[in-house]
Design a protein around this ligand. Structure first.
Ligand code: 5GP
Length: 189
């Protein structure tokens, strides 16, 4: 068992490929658990409650805030997202390392609370490529796409606050790089 469990935080603009890369990393790295967030966003086709997110109403989300259930929470693209303290604590107590896929505001809060957390930023190869990927996945309408592109520009400026930056130019290559980062951090403990 890992005597010193680690927290990895992965952020990056919508469409940069954080979800895909995290799924690939979880297949390859043992004893690593993704913390499943709570959100008020509506599920996209194919998304499952309790697998991709815990999908809740705004009232249910507010109730979690009131009960201080969240390690961190933020409003992103007009919806609320939060990380449940209980999920992270349970995985860490079981000796697992935890990966949180959260936005830049959440990442900054986690780093303040847990300075040992390792922050990794996923960048698209270019803004044109990001727009292309967002268009291709067809999960957002035109206004939503523009909102995500605008947020992406602001988020990219915050990449400098992260411990590592990985460019997702190719899923296999970027996965190898992420796995390498996680293994090198683990081998230090
Ligand atoms: P999406 O709607 O595309 O799944 O996620 C939108 C953004 O919310 C992404 O940047 C994602 O990383 C972020 N996000 C997802 N879960 C959380 C969370 O628990 N906390 C915070 N702060 N951001 C989250």
């Amino acid at each position: 068992m890992d005597a010193d469990p680690k927290v990895f935080v992965i952020s990056g603009p919508s469409g940069a490929g954080k979800g895909t890369l995290t799924t690939e990393v979880l297949k390859r790295v043992p004893s690593l658990a993704r913390s499943i967030s709570v959100t008020t966003r509506r599920p996209r086709p194919g998304e499952k409650n309790g697998v991709d997110y815990y999908f809740v109403t705004a009232d249910e989300f507010r109730e979690h805030i009131r009960k201080n259930d969240f390690l961190e929470w933020a409003e992103v693209h007009g919806n609320y997202y939060g990380t449940l303290r209980s999920i992270v604590e349970k995985e860490l107590a079981a000796g697992k390392d935890v990966v949180m896929v959260i936005d830049v505001q959440g990442a900054i809060s986690v780093k303040k609370m847990m300075p040992e957390a390792v922050l990794i930023f996923i960048k698209p190869p270019s803004m044109e490529e990001l727009r292309k990927r967002l268009k291709e996945r067809k999960t957002e309408n035109e206004a939503e796409l523009e909102r995500r592109m605008k947020n992406a520009e602001a988020e990219m400026k915050l990449a400098k606050l992260y411990d590592f930056v990985v460019i997702n130019d190719d899923v296999n290559r970027a996965t190898d790089e992420l796995v390498g980062i996680i293994q090198s951090i683990r081998s230090k403990s």
